[in-house]
Design a protein around this ligand. Structure first.
Ligand SMILES: [Zn+2]
Length: 340
């Protein structure tokens, strides 16, 4: 018996707990799933295989202690006395929860709701009154430990990769899964192997001292995609400068190029800080910090509506906790004796 997270597009089947939503781990028998695949005829076998992925064991909650991301600390204080592997240990009987759905097991796979139905996997009720619901990943990332959201992020990306990789990109023949332990789609005609792809994307926190007061400032920009102000009191969302790495350039080059393109300034002291997988669609966010070197702020109007250096004591609305932008800004605040 093993267990899986259940996905429907970008949402995950969760249970409402006193401290928020937690993803359910639904038990299933691997032999049932395999026999359902092999019993179907060859046409439907192809479709049957889409929607079920194995997750990296090293991303599972039992490996949380090796994860150094700061967000993991947020559950330590109030749950230290009743946690197992960093997850809340639930008294199953007193909470009326089926013990197999508590969070102490580690899910080794993920499947779509449709796949679960096709393979007769027994799903917990997801009606409103059940306390279960499909919750968007973007909402979960603000409240769950980072190691768990990393696992969900991997599942989201692999399930989408499977759905989007059903034909050979060279000869258009329907592809089949490689052996169970290899993450690839193989063309039976020309043998081309297609692997999941990661898109590297740099994001940079740029600082300088306020030229008048000396207080540390950070460059923040309002992107058109964040939306326009609908009422005079609505706070506009700001973020860091970010962009995709182009084929053939280094990460440092991408930082310099993106910043020059978007806000026209030059940088010094560029240094890598940390990374975060971001499953929309399959980005690896590479977080950098840099110091302002020179140049006047001139924004790229196609992308930005406003950008400026803000005093740390007077920041606008910034990205939510759980994002790498928040972590980079929080690090700068901490170094200057402030907290977000
Ligand atoms: Zn092919």
């Amino acid at each position: 018996m093993t267990s899986a997270f259940i996905f429907s597009d970008d949402t995950i089947l969760c249970r409402q707990m006193p401290d928020g939503w937690w993803p359910l781990q639904v038990p299933y028998s691997e032999s049932d799933v395999i026999s359902a695949d092999s019993c179907s005829n060859s046409n439907s076998q192809h479709a049957y295989q889409i929607g079920h992925v194995a997750l990296l064991e090293s991303l599972a909650p039992s490996h949380w202690q090796v994860n150094t991301h700061s967000s993991i600390d947020k559950n330590n204080d109030d749950k230290a006395n009743n946690s197992v592997d960093g997850l809340p240990s639930i008294d199953a009987e007193s909470n009326g929860i089926n013990p197999i759905n508590t969070f102490t097991a580690q899910a080794s796979s993920a499947m779509t709701y449709d796949y679960a139905l096709a393979h007769n996997v027994t799903l917990p009720i997801s009606a409103e009154s059940s306390g279960n619901a499909f919750v968007p990943y973007r909402q979960l990332i603000t409240q769950l430990p980072i190691a768990l959201t990393d696992q969900l992020s991997q599942a989201l990306q692999l399930l989408r990769w499977q759905a989007d990789t059903q034909f050979c990109s060279r000869c258009a023949t329907p592809v089949v899964h490689a052996k169970r332990d290899e993450r690839a789609m193989v063309c039976p005609a020309c043998r081309l192997r297609q692997y999941p792809r990661v898109q590297p994307c740099i994001i940079t926190a740029i600082t300088r001292p306020n030229p008048q007061t000396g207080e540390m400032q950070i460059l923040l920009a309002h992107h058109h995609r964040y939306g326009q102000q609908k009422t005079p009191t609505q706070a506009l969302q700001y973020g860091l400068i970010a962009g995709f790495v182009e084929v053939g350039e280094s990460l440092e080059h991408a930082v310099v190029r993106e910043v020059a393109e978007e806000v026209n300034i030059s940088l010094t002291d560029i240094r890598y800080v940390s990374s975060q997988p971001w499953p929309f669609p399959s980005n690896l966010m590479l977080g950098f910090r840099a110091s302002y070197a020179g140049g006047d702020l001139i924004i790229q109007e196609d992308e930005l509506s406003h950008a400026d250096f803000f005093d740390l004591s007077n920041l606008p609305k910034i990205p939510a906790k759980g994002s790498i932008a928040y972590e980079l800004i929080a690090q700068i605040m901490n170094e200057n004796g402030m907290t977000l």
